[in-house]
Design a protein around this ligand. Structure first.
Ligand code: HSE
Length: 429
């Protein structure tokens, strides 16, 4: 077969775009299928910014949509980001023109994945997004291709490197959330707006995509239950550790006969568990299949090298001419996404109750928990200097979330309790 040279147009020249241009300039023949990939045209916000490669010989487009439409581009790579705006318009334009699209844009796929899949499939072209989840660690291909012979029942893991870095550093150094966030922003893997990371939305986008791939439904970011790490206090990190846990931002998706639950929460993970041991900016993921059992992958989830490698893997995939359904089923046949009411979730929980140190406090708390049907698994009262009261922390047995919320509201009203109890979930992993 004669070798084809794919003229690649890249929109977005940030960290990942720079990494991709550098790689393809050095290795245009990298793909096992034998074709070549050569970047011929680019688009970015700033033409003159210093970049790892010289772009002066490439065609420049101020407008990424014009780049996507250019007859001189065979394959469109979208690295702009954002669920709407120019990224979406450019991807739609490329697909409508019958061009394969490779994107690292998790927000776009999590929010508009189903309609873009329909467009791609109608045109018979691939829409690939390995780099959107876990950067260089191949979670998307694993679910889309390697797991098709199984029925996935759940996926759970750490999908945001910035949050993992912040939580790891807080525990290691005793520094505050705000202090470590500033450092994370300087390291280059935080999103442009750090709220996307620390608010849990980035992990929410990624787990929505994994849920769609795992269960053959349309991504449904709206249905994700999301809590970020902004309110995680050093005190909780220390007390959780005393109880044998480490706090991680855990994203999970599970399917039962009732529907699908997609969640992101700061969660307690047992200290011995692989998720608890994935430190720094690492990402990690468990996939559970009915027949295969449990699979664990761990690796970098951000950064120029790893993410550009994932984009390159998709470019290589385009060269094989394989056109698979974008998710686990053709776009028109994706299963309906039935969201499970979070109040019906059953799980173990951590409660931190700041109380006055006086007789009868523990009795009142445990009585209230018993009235709400919440049973205690472990319990700790540990005076902490400057905590403004004595923290009483406990881990419950598995209990419906509605019971827990009822107990929290009642405990908050006890005369000896100083503030609303802090609830953290214990990860079901
Ligand atoms: N901001 C993301 C993270 C980058 O910290 O994981 C990769 O998606």
């Amino acid at each position: 077969m004669t070798k084809k040279t794919w003229r690649v147009g890249v929109a977005g020249l940030g960290t990942v775009g720079g990494g991709l241009l550098q790689f393809l300039a050095e290795r245009p023949d990298f793909a096992p299928a034998g074709d070549r990939a050569v970047v011929t045209a680019v688009s970015a916000r700033n033409k003159t910014r210093a970049r790892p490669v010289d772009i002066s010989t490439l065609a420049w487009f101020d407008d990424p949509v014009a780049l996507a439409a250019s007859p001189d581009v065979d394959l469109f790579v979208e690295l702009i980001g954002g669920s709407d705006g120019p990224a979406k318009a450019a991807v739609e334009t490329a697909l409508k023109a019958g061009k394969p699209v490779v994107t690292a844009n998790k927000a776009l796929i999590a929010v508009h994945g189903a309609e873009l899949a329909a467009l791609a499939e109608a045109q018979g072209v691939p829409l690939l997004f390995e780099a959107a989840v876990m950067g260089g660690t191949p979670a998307v291909k694993m679910l889309r291709e390697a797991m098709v012979g199984d029925d996935v029942v759940s996926v759970a893991g750490i999908l945001n490197g910035t949050c993992n870095f912040i939580l790891t550093e807080m525990e290691k150094t005793g520094r505050s959330f705000a202090d470590v966030l500033r450092e994370a922003q300087g390291l280059g893997y935080a999103e442009a707006d750090p709220t996307t990371d620390v608010g849990g939305f980035d992990a929410g986008h990624k787990i929505s995509i994994l849920a769609a791939l795992a269960f053959g439904c349309a991504p449904n970011f709206e249905a994700a239950e999301i809590e970020g790490i902004s309110d995680v206090e050093l005190l909780d990190i220390k007390l959780a550790k005393d109880l044998g846990y480490r706090i991680k931002l855990v994203a999970s998706a599970a399917k039962t006969d009732d529907g699908v639950a997609v969640k992101v929460h700061p969660s307690l993970t047992p200290l011995y568990h692989p998720l608890a041991q994935a430190g720094g900016a690492l990402n990690a993921l468990f996939i559970e299949g009915k027949r295969i059992g449990r699979i664990f992958i761990q690796g970098p989830g951000a950064g120029a090298g790893p993410t550009a490698a994932a984009v390159a893997a998709d470019i290589a995939d385009v060269m094989t001419r394989a056109v698979r359904p974008v998710f686990q089923a053709p776009a028109g046949a994706l299963a309906p996404f039935i969201a499970i009411d979070p109040a019906r979730a059953v799980g173990k929980a951590y409660l931190r109750i700041m109380a006055k140190d006086q007789p009868g406090v523990i009795a009142a708390i445990s009585e209230t928990l018993a009235e709400c049907g919440v049973s205690i698994d472990s319990f700790l009262q540990k005076p902490v200097e400057g905590a403004g009261g004595v923290p009483i922390v406990l881990v419950t047995h598995a209990t419906p979330e509605s019971n827990l919320l009822d107990a929290i509201s009642r405990i908050e009203k006890l005369q000896t309790v100083l503030e609303r109890p802090r609830l953290l979930r214990v990860a079901r992993i």
